[in-house]
Design a binder for this molecule. Structure first.
Ligand code: GDP
Ligand code: IMO
Ligand code: MG
Length: 421
């Protein structure tokens, strides 16, 4: 069976920490979409590690980690990340597998991302500039190079052919930066990748399932960044929702069991695009400061606001969420009052659905007020000690969503997590 763990907001919900926490109960952890735009933070021996490409099970000795076909892979990032992981004493050559169908990010994809963003001016997506959009475009455009191709003796010729195609585009976009250093690194990365266990990912994972091994699919980004269901066009270029597991790993839908949705106790977003509950005031600043809300991949300050139950409810629906994990609850420890958005006022009318286009309509969040708990919960271990106001906050969210919060994370540390249901 396969369980899925994914983010329900605009990313950075704390997925990495929660995967690491649950990892010991699984035999295989697989990434099914996204690429180095992801930044998943873990604390190993009290040291912070940010993973971009490697699944968050890598620090557990018995766990197999798979980079699935739905991922876009940057060989340069992978090499650097492997070196980081190795500095913790992990032998990545043992437990890390890559699907031969995984699409490669080329240096020119990064250049195209940069050129495209700068042409968009004020309308830019706020992309991580990792080449994600152009790499997925080459996949659906049927041009891409895949990991399996690096084993082909004609790989360099194939690369040059695609690079020339990209160069024409770059010329038309007036991009004239020298990317030869990127190319040099790229080929070093490719050479490094040739040493990996490159597998036929769909047979590999289905064989594990047949052997009754437990698989966890690790999502990247968040549901509101899904290319179909997110706040288009301010989204990423993959299907971040649970359906992406089937296409991103070759897993049939009947094999998916639990869908674990991760949400912060409030909400953040990094990059451009609509964010109904965003706070531009001191409260937003306080959330950013206490929550240390700065991007794990780009270092950009994250935009902060109250929890948005309308968007969360939508995310629970499209993912088929069966259980919730609420992270960063400790960040709310010193607030007298908390707000939860329970409806949107769209062009003056209240509704509980996410509209088709939230960029172009007049949208105001409708809030309900909850009492803050004003207690330091970061050292708590047992649900029964949690403050009453916090239990009320959780109950309020559970009732609205019709799905229960099962775990609350009360700090970034590996042990800071409480089972509440
Ligand atoms: P991901 O992309 O979903 O894995 O999340 P990120 O790693 O980008 O961002 C989450 C940040 O919050 C990281 O810095 C984590 O160390 C931190 N974090 C995770 N859970 C908690 C929590 O319960 N409390 C606090 N204070 N920080 C947390
Ligand atoms: P994790 O896995 C937060 C955002 C970017 C930008 C938009 C498109 O750490 O939660 P892209 O580079 O994908 O073309 O950027 O999506 N974005 C993320 N925001 N967390 C992420 O990943 C993100 N990955 C992409 O900021 O707004
Ligand atoms: Mg992140």
């Amino acid at each position: 069976m396969v369980d899925v763990l994914l983010g329900l907001q605009w990313g950075d919900e704390g997925k990495g920490k929660i995967v690491d926490y649950f990892a010991s109960g699984y035999d295989l952890i697989a990434r099914f979409q996204g690429g180095p735009n992801a930044g998943h933070t873990l604390y190993i021996n009290d040291k912070k590690v940010v993973l971009h490409q490697i699944p968050s099970g890598i620090f557990h000795d018995h766990i197999v980690n798979l980079i699935g076909n739905g991922v876009v892979l940057d060989a340069v990032t992978l090499k650097k990340e492997c070196e980081t992981v190795a500095s913790f004493g992990v032998d990545y050559t043992k437990n890390l597998y890559i699907s031969e169908r995984t699409n490669l990010i080329l240096p020119t994809h990064r250049a195209l991302d940069k050129a495209s963003e700068s042409l968009k001016g004020n309308d830019k997506i706020g992309s991580t500039l990792k080449g994600i959009g152009p790499a997925y475009m080459d996949k659906t455009g049927r041009n891409a190079l895949r990991v399996g191709d690096i084993l082909d003796k004609n790989f360099t010729t194939q690369y040059i052919r695609l690079r020339l195609k990209h160069q024409k585009l770059l010329d038309s976009m007036h991009f004239n930066e020298d990317i030869s250093a990127w190319e040099e690194e790229f080929f070093e990365g490719i050479e490094f990748m040739r040493k990996f266990k490159i597998v036929n990912g769909e047979y590999f994972i289905n064989e594990k399932i047949r052997q009754n091994k437990k698989v966890l699919a690790e999502g990247a980004q968040g549901s509101m960044l899904d290319v179909d269901f997110g706040t288009f066009p301010f989204v990423t270029s993959s299907n971040t929702i649970s359906a992406g597991v089937c296409t991103g790993l070759g897993v049939p839908p009947q094999k998916i069991k639990e869908v674990i949705g991760v949400t912060k106790a409030y909400c953040t977003r990094v990059g451009g695009g609509p964010f109904p509950t965003e706070l531009h005031d001191d409260t937003g600043e306080k959330l950013r400061k206490i929550g240390n809300e700065f991007g794990a991949t780009t270092g950009r300050p994250r935009r902060c606001g109250w929890i948005d139950l309308v968007a969360l409810n939508f995310a629970c629906m499209v993912n088929g969420v069966t259980q919730l994990v609420m992270t960063k609850a400790d960040v709310l420890d010193s607030f007298e009052e908390l707000k939860v958005c329970s409806a949107y006022k769209v062009n003056g009318r209240e509704q509980k659905e996410v509209p088709y286009q939230i960029t172009k309509v007049a949208l105001d969040p409708v809030y309900e007020s909850c009492k803050g708990w004003n207690t330091d919960i970061s050292a708590m271990k047992d649900a029964k000690n949690l403050p009453g106001a916090m239990k009320d906050y959780i109950a309020h969210i559970n009732q609205y969503l019709g799905v229960g919060i099962k775990y609350v994370s009360n700090g970034p540390g590996r042990e800071q997590i409480i089972r509440v249901a």
